[in-house]
Each structure stands twice: as C-alpha cells, then as structure tokens.
Design a protein. Structure first.
Length: 134
C-alpha cells in the first residue's frame, strides 16, 4: 500500500475509496499511540453509508436509479454524525482513544490483526507528503 499510496499506478475509484478508509483507521491508531498519555484522544469513526449528494454533480444513470433507495435505506448526515458527537461529548468516553467506532459502538474487531508496521509507514509517508509532524 505504501509504495503506491496515491495509486499513481493502477488507479480505480473503488480501490482509492477503500484505501482511504483503511488509511484513516491506521493513521488514527498511530496518532493515538503517539499522543498516549497526553490527555488528548484520537478515534476513527465510520459513519457507514449516508444519504448525501456525493454524486449529485456527476450522477449518471446508476445514481439516478439508486437515489430513491439510498434515501430510504441510509441515515441522514445528521443521524450519521451521532457517533462523532457521542465520542466528543460523553464524559464516560473522555479517555477512550485508539478505537474504531461505528453506529455509536466501539468495534475493535476490524483492528484485531492491525499491521503496526503499516501504521508507522503510513505516518512517515504522511509526514513526507505534508511536511507536518508532531
């Protein structure tokens, strides 16, 4: 993943989306490790599918057909944001860090086999690309 982080070779929309979501989780977990003991927390939040206008500017036939079903099946952005609000405001979660959250629950199962080297490599690549480090 790191040696072709920006998919300069073999780009596809679905691969870019999947990698971006995985990178968010790994980056957040590495951040949580780096700031451990500071009193600051870092958690990855997955809102799941959300009714949004993400494809409104380039809808195509598939989006036009799926739009009514998307609005029926998926939560609104306001409902999807509840997990973020919970983590940010619940006093019982003030020390919760390094977690993966979805649907207002901590779900660490996806992190059981986390590749710690990938987390560190992603951090280093992020520093190199942005010029920003702790």
């Amino acid at each position: 993943m790191i040696n072709n982080l920006q998919l300069e070779r073999g780009y596809s929309v679905s691969q870019a989306y999947g990698r971006s979501k995985l990178a968010i989780v790994y980056f957040t977990l590495e951040l949580a490790r780096k700031i451990e003991g500071s009193g600051v927390t870092a958690n990855a939040v997955d809102p799941g599918p959300v009714t949004s206008n993400i494809a409104a500017n380039n809808p195509g036939i598939l989006y036009s057909l799926a739009k009514p079903m998307i609005r029926y099946l998926f939560p609104s952005p306001a409902k999807a944001a509840r997990t973020c609000l919970l983590i940010a405001s619940d006093p019982e979660l003030v020390t919760s860090t390094g977690g993966y959250w979805r649907s207002r629950k901590r779900r660490d199962q996806p992190l059981k086999n986390q590749d710690l080297q990938l987390s560190e490599d992603l951090w280093k690549a992020s520093v190199r690309l942005t010029g920003v480090d702790l």
